[in-house]
Ligand binder design. Structure first.
Ligand code: ZN
Length: 155
């Protein structure tokens, strides 16, 4: 049986915070404001994985009211979610993502993100795309960052 999943995440961007995407720290004057490390890419992927398996969402597994989740490394969230997926009898077939960010350009970092995430996700079936929003909306104005992910599971 094949199951499709979809995930979306958004965080505010402010000075004095780190910008971490797909487990890779991107040098930039602003970073994500979040309870965890604010990795929108991993969060979108995790929600897509959980959605495909109908196992709730990232907030139900890692509530932001839990002080134990403060500054949580999102790679740990991904590994936990993948364990849930595997325990439920599913295998990840492919992952397709889009990060929406006005600045900085991410083209030079997507390979590193794939390398990092490819340790737990199917490396050759992992797509990471990036787009601006043509200076429109909260992303275009540099106030935030968002990410979309679609996954296919077989189980
Ligand atoms: Zn998030």
């Amino acid at each position: 049986m094949m199951r499709i999943g979809f995930g979306y995440d958004v965080h505010r961007l402010e000075e004095g915070h780190e910008l971490i995407l797909g487990g890779v720290t991107i040098p930039f004057e602003k970073g994500t404001v979040a309870h965890s490390d604010g990795d929108v890419l991993i969060h979108a992927i995790c929600d897509a994985l959980l959605g495909a398996a109908n196992l709730g969402d990232i907030g139900s597994h890692f509530p932001d009211t839990d002080p134990g989740n403060r500054n949580l490394d999102s790679t740990q969230i991904l590994r936990h979610v993948l364990k849930l997926i595997h325990d439920a009898g599913f295998k990840v077939i492919n992952v397709d993502t889009t990060i929406c960010l006005q600045k900085p350009k991410l083209a030079g970092y997507t390979e590193q993100m794939k390398q990092h995430l490819g340790q737990w996700l199917p490396r050759k079936a992992l797509s990471i795309k990036a787009t601006t929003t043509e200076k429109m909306g909260f992303v275009g104005e540099g106030r935030g960052i968002s990410a979309y992910a679609a996954v296919l599971l077989e189980g």
